[in-house]
Design a protein around this ligand. Structure first.
Ligand code: AMP
Length: 188
């Protein structure tokens, strides 16, 4: 099917990605795929994978590519995702994950890769007010540093292939959502 919407959204933690993913789901009817949510569910369920990823998540580190790519591969193969499309949130986070994603999609091209841009000082302030369990000062600092080290090169990987649209993430929820929708329309 060519009309299925397949999206990747990038943005520093605290950039409002979760909120905007809800807006995208409401607008396009795609499925929200968040690797962070998948890992949190595994931790909550006490699965073997959950036990392995819990300390990594607590410290703000990255779960190994092999495990992360595996859960995304399994989820992308399910029929609801194949028919409704998706917005991937929090994946890919490394160039290796990006390559794996493009390879597993094969002929199913991504509709758009959105880079929701919010400056570092703004997201740091927002995250400190968020109060999530893995939001200690150290883990916030580590996640933001890893974003610069691993995820920015991942965005560059897509940019080199002409696939990234930058969206200004400052403004009201509605303003940002409108910018994202028009970026998707322009790419699609
Ligand atoms: P998030 O909700 O996207 O901030 O993810 C929470 C945590 O889950 C991250 O700090 C990582 O420890 C882990 N995680 C989520 N997605 C990935 C990914 N694509 N690669 C590696 N680790 C991930």
């Amino acid at each position: 099917m060519t009309d299925v919407t397949r999206l990747v959204i990038f943005g520093r933690q605290g950039a409002g990605k979760g909120t905007q993913c809800d807006r995208i789901v409401g607008h396009y009817g795609v499925i929200h795929l968040s690797t962070g949510d998948m890992f949190r569910a595994a931790v909550a369920a006490g699965t073997d994978m959950g036990k392995q990823v819990e300390p990594i998540m607590q410290s703000g580190g990255l779960v190994p590519d092999e495990m992360t790519i595996g859960i995304v591969r399994d989820r992308l193969a399910q029929s609801d995702v194949e028919s409704k499309g998706f917005v991937l949130d929090g994946f890919p986070r490394t160039p290796g994950q990006a390559e794996a994603l493009v390879e597993m999609l094969g002929d199913d091209k991504l509709t758009a890769v959105i880079n929701l841009d919010v400056p570092l000082d703004e997201v740091t302030a927002r995250m400190k007010g968020r109060g999530r369990e893995d939001d200690t000062n150290e883990s916030i600092a580590k996640r933001l540093a890893l974003y610069e080290e691993e995820t920015v090169p991942t965005i560059d990987w897509f940019a080199e292939r002409g696939m990234v649209v930058n969206v200004d993430g400052l403004g009201t929820e509605d303003e940002v959502a409108e910018r994202i929708f028009s970026a998707i329309e322009r790419s699609g």
